[in-house]
Design a protein around this ligand. Structure first.
Ligand code: MSP
Length: 537
């Protein structure tokens, strides 16, 4: 589902989603990881000039939310409202997330459409009434297969545990409605085969293919033992299974059965970003639901790995107390956005440590990038009174810088924009930053400045123009990752007056040499990455 890449605002949008998060608690680093990745991806495509739609939201039905609300003595709706207003929306704002919409599954625009979708499947005989008994994990909101469970130890001795949550499963016995998922195995396998990029990374794809090859069971899509959910339209004693309700957000938020034009322009998603814990829902159940309705399938389901704490998936219970805000108050929002994508290969698990973050902040952000920006601006100030001088094309050293920028643009565009290899893309940009640092060290402009002959001054002008123009490219390339810092650099280069707003600069032009014209006012603005305060133990 390639987007058009055109500047005009009609036509198809590049549509990216995050999971909609359970509101049983406040967001943690793991949730923020996926949401920042989606934000960088969509900002990248905006910077390419594409029309983009970035969706996030909250999953508010189901037993898990209901029990949390009960435990806190409020209704589930009150609980969800409070969490969304006080925790979820503010965090995304704080982290500079530019989502185009925020869907909540308790909104009428969603619940009405969910009922219509399910009624339609019922009318098409894709849903039937049956009975089921099996182990259920409320944390996952999912029936488990006996082979997937662990044997409990200690306080859980004799019980069977969910392998993800490490908590006992409950045996549920219900008479409810089933979706004929078992019929979709061969069609799903054919789709995976014909679209090798449908599930990313390869390990995730293999896991799904193996699972589907073993044969799918029909899926229970209603619950009758509690009532916090969307009523089944033809049998109101049941509510729709929270996962069916939740997956449909990707359609209801963009006009399914409501706004045909919006739906046509947006649906299906180009990329569903998900944690690997919820891969099967997105790569098996969701496409099967769409096939049953004759709707088009998403372009890609991309699974990110887990942020780990002490060898376990980071979750509410093992957070060790670190909130995203604790890190942003120490390192700043931009460094936070950068760090996890830089440090962990997307798709792999990774651990967080203060030490690693501090070390990378200091060496890569403050020393390599921040110092380069401030040194160049300071020298343009000192030697040319803050007016960017005219350079010549110089020699081999300047040519290498020009080639380096062009290469960084091509690589970062492919890696971030297409392959979702955020780490590789960021490294390509930072390799270029290192190259420009090396160029300055070798050229020694502070020595060249002592030569006051016209040739000496021209050589100095060329060095500082080359470095400033290189920084112009870096500001554009890093804008999707660290928008606040890129803006500071853009301002410091005086680029706005000459080239217009940073957001309007296109990736395709970022490597075109000579865009920043001589004569701009270069100022040594605020330090991009201040020295870190001593961490409070
Ligand atoms: N509500 C469902 C998703 C429905 S989507 C139709 C859900 N919610 S959740 O609140 O549990 O969030 C799950 C998502 O948060 C994961 O898929 C992942 O994207 C992110 N993460 C939560 N913990 C994480 C880590 N420890 N590490 C990385 N990502 C994690 O499941």
């Amino acid at each position: 589902m390639a987007a058009t890449g055109s500047e005009e605002q009609g036509g198809r949008a590049y549509y990216v989603t995050t999971p909609i998060y359970y509101v049983n608690d406040a967001p943690h680093l793991g949730h923020a990881y996926t949401t920042v990745a989606g934000d960088v991806l969509t900002r990248w495509h905006r910077q390419r000039g594409e029309k983009v739609w970035y969706l996030t939201g909250t999953d508010e039905h189901g037993q898990k939310i209901m029990r949390t609300a009960e435990a806190n003595g409020v209704t589930p709706q009150e609980w969800a409202d409070k969490l969304v207003d006080e925790a979820w929306r503010p965090l995304w704002e704080h982290l500079d997330i530019k989502n185009d919409d925020f869907i909540r599954t308790t909104e009428k625009r969603h619940t009405d459409r969910v009922q219509e979708f399910v009624q339609d499947l019922f009318d098409k005989d894709e849903i039937y009434k049956g009975g089921y008994e099996g182990p259920y994990c409320v944390g996952c909101e999912e029936y488990k297969l006996p082979g997937e469970l662990l044997d409990g130890e200690g306080e859980f001795a004799g019980l069977k545990l969910c392998a993800i949550h490490k908590t006992p499963v409950e045996i549920l016995k219900e008479e409810n409605y089933f979706f004929k998922l078992s019929e979709y195995g061969p069609k799903l396998l054919a789709h995976y085969e014909a679209n090798p990029g449908f599930i990313q990374p390869e390990s995730a794809r293999n896991e799904v293919v193996n699972f589907v090859r073993q044969g799918l069971q029909d899926l229970s899509i209603s619950r009758s033992t509690f009532d916090w959910g969307v009523p089944v339209p033809w049998d109101e004693k049941h509510v729709i299974y929270v996962w069916i309700d939740a997956l449909l957000n990707y359609a209801t938020a963009v006009g399914y059965n409501e706004n045909p034009q919006k739906f046509e322009e947006t649906f299906p998603a180009d990329v569903h970003l998900v944690g690997k814990d919820i891969l099967r829902f997105h790569a098996i159940i969701w496409p099967a639901m769409l096939m049953a309705q004759g709707l088009p399938l998403p372009g890609k389901v991309a699974a990110n790995g887990w942020l780990m704490v002490g060898g376990e998936k980071m979750s509410k219970s093992n957070l060790t107390g670190i909130k995203p805000q604790d890190l942003t108050s120490h390192f700043g929002v931009d460094a936070y956005r950068w760090y996890f994508l830089r440090a962990i290969a997307f798709g792999q698990d990774g651990s967080f440590s203060w030490e690693d973050f501090s070390a990378r902040y200091t060496s890569e952000l403050a020393n390599d990038y921040g110092n380069l920006a401030s040194r160049v601006a300071a020298m343009v100030g000192k030697y040319f009174g803050g007016t960017l001088p005219e350079g010549t094309s110089g020699g081999a050293a300047e040519q290498a810088v020009r080639d380096g920028l062009a290469k960084a643009v091509t690589e970062a565009d492919r890696k971030i924009g297409e392959e979702l290899d955020f780490q590789g893309g960021i490294l390509a940009i930072f390799d270029f930053v290192k190259q420009v640092n090396g160029y300055i060290t070798e050229q020694e402009p502070w020595k060249v400045a002592k030569d006051t002959s016209p040739e000496g001054q021209a050589a100095l002008a060329t060095i500082l123009y080359t470095a400033s123009e290189a920084l112009r490219g870096v500001a554009v390339l890093l804008n999707p990752v660290m928008p606040e810092t890129s803006q500071k650099l853009w301002d410091s280069l005086g680029a706005d007056a000459a080239l217009g707003a940073l957001a309007d600069q296109r990736v395709a032009d970022a490597g075109t040499w000579g865009r920043l014209p001589a004569g701009t006012t270069v100022t040594k603005g605020a330090v991009l990455f201040p020295r870190l305060e001593e961490k409070q133990a």
